[in-house]
Structures are given as C-alpha cells and as structure tokens.
Design a binder for this molecule. Structure first.
Ligand code: SAM
Length: 351
C-alpha cells in the first residue's frame, strides 16, 4: 500500500490521527519513538581500549549526505523530534556541518524545529564547534573517560588527545552549545578512581558530567557483570565527598540527575545495566550504512538504504518504518543467562 502523505497513515495505523497530532511512531508496547540516532561513519580517530581492538577500522560503508537527509526527513514526518548524530566519530565526515544545516531545517509534525544534537570524542571540536552551532546544532555531548592527560592518552591510544578534547569543550562552551554534557564510561579497576575528579571537573568547567555503566558492546569481549561500576557505587563515592540531591528528569531521559547541594555543577548517571530504562525507551537508530536498529542490542537490522536504492517512494518508506518500529524489542537481556550479543559492536552501531 502507498502512503504518500500523512493523512493516509490514519488508515494504516490505529495510533495515528492527522488532526489531533497524536504519536505516529508507537511500538507494540506503547512506547512513543521520538529520538533518532543517526550514525554517519563507523570510522573513529580514537581506539579507546574498552571499545575497539585497535586493529579493526571502518567496517561498513557510508552513505551520501542526501540519503541521511532523506531518511531523517521521513522519520521526522512520522514523529521524530530529536536527531543525534553519532558514529564512529561523526566529526570525521567532511560534510558534517552541511548535514547539521539540512537537519536543522526539518520541522516536526507540530511545526517545531527538530533538535539536532551530536555525540563526539571532541578531538576535532575546537575548530568545528562554532560552524556547527551556526549551522543549527543545539547540543553536544563529549565523551571523556579520564580527567588526567596521561591516562586519557592511554585510554584513547592517541597522544595529546586530552589537550585536544579540552580545547573542544572550551570551544563548544564559547559557541553557546549549552548545557554541555560530558559522558564517562566507567570500568572497574580501570577508571573508577576518576569519579570524584570528574565531579570536580563538572563543578569547575560548568559541564554536566554523566557516568555510564559499561555495556557488553565492545569489540574485544571483555564485559562481565563484575567490571560494571554501578549507579549505586557511583553515588556512594560521590556522596562520600559532596552532598548531592536528585533532581527532576523527563521520564524518557536516560540519565538520573543530581545536583550538588551548593548548587554548583550537575551529575548524571546512566545505568542501563543495574537500572534498565527500556520501558521508557524512545529511540531508534540508523547505522552509517543505512540499517535501522530498534535496540542497541538488536540481533537483526532493517535495510533502509537498500529499500531506498530500489526506488521506494517516500510513502513506501514511511509505511516500512511504521512496520519496523513495531518490531522494537521489549528490553535488553544484559547479564541474563543465554544473553545473545548484539549483531554489531558500539562503534559500528553509533553510541
Ligand atoms: N565517537 C563518538 C564519541 O566518542 O562520543 C561517538 C561514538 S562512541 C561509540 C559513543 C559513546 O559510546 C562514547 O561515549 C563511548 O564511551 C560509549 N561507549 C563505547 N562503548 C561502550 C560500552 N561498551 N558501554 C557503554 N558505553 C560505551
């Protein structure tokens, strides 16, 4: 069946009515899908030891910018309100600023501009922060797993990476990309001693630091339940040093949020392992080679690039997307007996 404009959707999806603006992208568990993570390359200029082997480079092809824009446009017509560019390292794409500009021009179903965000290792951000902001980027999240230069270089396996990322963080702040978030993945015996220094960093650098529990998505299978530094442990360490209180968050927000009692700085904790939030998941992902993934831990993918190559109309693509969203997994099974690893690792999905 063809689906050439949104009014036709009402005949297909009981959860949609063009008039009342209700959600279109709703999975079979009733979750509204409003966030799209779009990977635009699986190349990365860092080889973080917990993420990549250091041997494997790009594995999947990249698409022309126009294909990503078309995919994003059709998802937005169906109800996506936020698009986060990721990778690999998205700033390695020479056309990333142009892409942000194209995405920022999209309008959601209620006429609002789409929130365009970016996750980056920050290495190239010093030069790109202002052009990205000018193109319409609203938010940036920078990944940092230590706040010590030497340790940082050991983790990323790139000399002087810490200095480059700090310059990127500064440039993002100066460009007005606020609130600026810094994500830190914690692994036991590796960087959990960075928790308190990161809290200090959050307070001094005026960034929101978010600690993330390590998930089994790495190239070299090193994950074990014991290696995960849980949310409760992070809180215990922080509270031993600073009084903290939890603050309100959006139900679809992945991070629990905490403020220091003196009002200076904010901490977030993303705890997919110890406190899964699958019941509130509002995400869908597209890989750099144009496959739709309905969960980080999916064991199968849906080939949108192929559908487009075969000449599907916009209506056909949207109808296909509606069906794909209905296959979204109820939850992940990390740590359960019989856990089946995702069909790709983090760097090749887009974190
Ligand atoms: N290159 C960009 C960056 O560094 O933010 C985007 C891609 S990177 C794969 C996205 C995020 O995933 C980074 O913050 C990284 O630390 C995180 N990550 C990688 N492997 C992970 C894992 N196994 N569990 C949790 N987070 C992971």
């Amino acid at each position: 069946m063809r689906l050439e404009d949104q009014s036709e959707v009402s005949t297909l999806s009981p959860s949609f009515s063009a008039q009342d603006g209700r959600a279109l992208l709703v999975d079979k568990f009733g979750r509204e899908i409003t966030d799209l993570r779009l990977s635009i390359t699986d190349r990365c200029n860092y080889k973080c030891v917990y993420c990549r082997t250091g041997k494997v480079g790009a594995q999947y092809p990249e698409l022309p910018l126009a294909d990503y824009v078309r995919m994003a446009r059709l998802f937005v017509r169906l109800g996506i309100r936020k698009i986060r560019l990721t990778g690999g390292e998205p700033l390695l794409r020479h056309d990333v600023v142009e892409l942000v500009g194209e995405l920022a021009r999209l309008r959601s179903r209620d006429g609002q501009s789409v929130e365009v965000a970016l996750t980056t290792n920050g290495h190239l951000l010093a030069e790109l922060a202002q052009p990205l902001k000018d193109a319409g980027l609203r938010r940036v999240t920078v990944s940092m797993d230590a706040v010590e230069a030497e340790r940082f270089a050991r983790i990323t396996r790139v000399p002087r990476s810490y200095e480059a990322v700090l310059a990127g963080v500064r440039a993002a702040r100066e460009a007005g990309l606020k609130p600026l978030k810094v994500n830190c993945v914690l692994l036991r015996g590796f960087n959990e001693d960075q928790i308190v220094p990161f809290a200090e960093f959050a307070r001094q650098a005026d960034v929101v630091v978010r600690f993330i529990e390590f998930m089994p998505l790495e190239e070299e299978r090193v994950w074990s339940p014991q290696i995960v530094v849980t949310m409760d442990e992070v809180l215990e360490r922080l509270r031993s040093r600073y009084p903290l209180h939890e603050i309100r968050r959006d139900p679809s927000e992945t991070a629990r949020r905490y403020r220091f009692d003196d009002g200076l700085g904010e901490i977030g904790i993303i705890a997919p392992v110890s406190h899964p939030f699958c019941g509130h998941c509002s995400r869908v992902r597209i890989t750099s080679d144009g496959k739709v993934r309905t969960c980080l831990f999916s064991v199968f993918e849906h080939d949108l690039a192929d559908l487009m190559r075969k000449g599907a109309t916009d209506g056909e693509v949207m109808e296909w997307i509606l069906q794909v969203v209905l296959t979204k997994e109820e939850r992940h099974h990390i740590g359960e007996p019989g856990f089946v690893p995702a069909s790709r690792t983090m760097v090749h999905i887009g974190g």
